[in-house]
Design a protein around this ligand. Structure first.
Ligand SMILES: [Fe+2]
Length: 279
């Protein structure tokens, strides 16, 4: 492992469109399947298998920075959501499981605030393919905007709409920090590595991703049809939160106003059912 100075990230090009940024506001989860090449996955896996391997050392390793942390597909998403000059991680964890392990509870990580903002991104990377037998982390898309006490979600079992990180080697999962997640039962004998780190914003939000001049803020659909959150009133609770987060990311918080009731942004999501007025 080699030591290196912090890398500049100011010149990285964003890759997301308005619609993709809005999708991230809805789900809190963006999956990049198999983007890290096999050569990288292999040396990372071998390193983590070494006696006394310290995943934290990877944040200062030039090869890891080049091939994973600043891989163009990963960095382009991070640049889109966190702006220019985002800060690289200062720590790295490895949720490594060897052999069978019992499931853990649904939880949110310490400091989760369900904020309608995006000042950091929590990212997961699997250097080996994940099958369902390997206890792949489960995420609940849309849950990052749904405030809940940690002790309240512990009793939840399988949730409709949960997404398992079953994916090929080299997949990267970009998440909003407050997303609900859990590790299910791991039933096989394999070794599973799950590297996890955080990128930070250093500049105010601005709509400087691959934005389209004619994007329709008023008419956009701010609803999310996750199976869990679309039951009963839950879908409709999240609509203004999604819109507020998107406006925040655009640097347009000052322009975000709602009149309550079934007015915008509900009206744009399902005009036939909800619309009485638009503002
Ligand atoms: Fe966690």
């Amino acid at each position: 492992m080699t030591q290196t100075a912090l890398r500049a990230t100011a010149d990285i090009k964003p890759t997301l469109t308005d619609e993709e940024v809005l999708d991230f506001c809805k789900t809190g989860l963006l999956t990049l399947e198999g983007v890290i090449p096999d050569t990288t996955n292999r040396w990372v896996f071998d390193y983590l298998d070494e006696e006394g391997a310290d995943p934290h050392q990877l944040v200062r390793d030039e090869r890891f920075i080049d091939e994973v942390l600043l891989h163009p597909a990963v960095a382009g998403v991070v640049r889109s959501l966190l702006g220019a000059g985002f800060q690289l991680p200062e720590w790295m964890a490895n949720h490594r499981l060897v052999g069978p392990e019992a499931a853990r509870y649904w939880h949110i990580d310490a400091g989760s605030d369900f904020e309608r903002a995006c000042n950091l991104l929590q990212v997961f990377y699997i250097p080996q393919s994940n099958s369902i037998e390997m206890g792949p982390t489960l995420f609940l898309p849309g849950s990052h905007l749904v405030p809940i006490a940690r002790e309240d979600i512990e009793r939840f079992g399988n949730l409709t709409g949960q997404v398992a990180t079953t994916a090929p080697a080299g997949s990267v999962f970009v998440t909003a920090y407050s997303i609900w997640h859990r590790q299910p039962d791991k039933v096989d004998q394999s070794t599973r590595n799950l590297l996890k780190w955080v990128y930070w914003r250093t500049v105010p939000p601005a709509r400087d991703w691959l934005a389209r001049p004619d994007f329709d803020f008023r008419g956009a659909d701010y609803s999310f049809n996750s199976s869990y959150f679309c039951g009963g009133h839950r879908k409709w609770q999240s609509v203004p939160r999604i819109a507020e987060m998107f406006y925040w990311l655009c640097g347009k918080s000052d322009e975000f106003h709602t009149v309550g009731g079934s007015g915008w942004p509900y009206s744009s999501s399902d005009p036939g059912k909800w619309s009485q007025q638009r503002q």
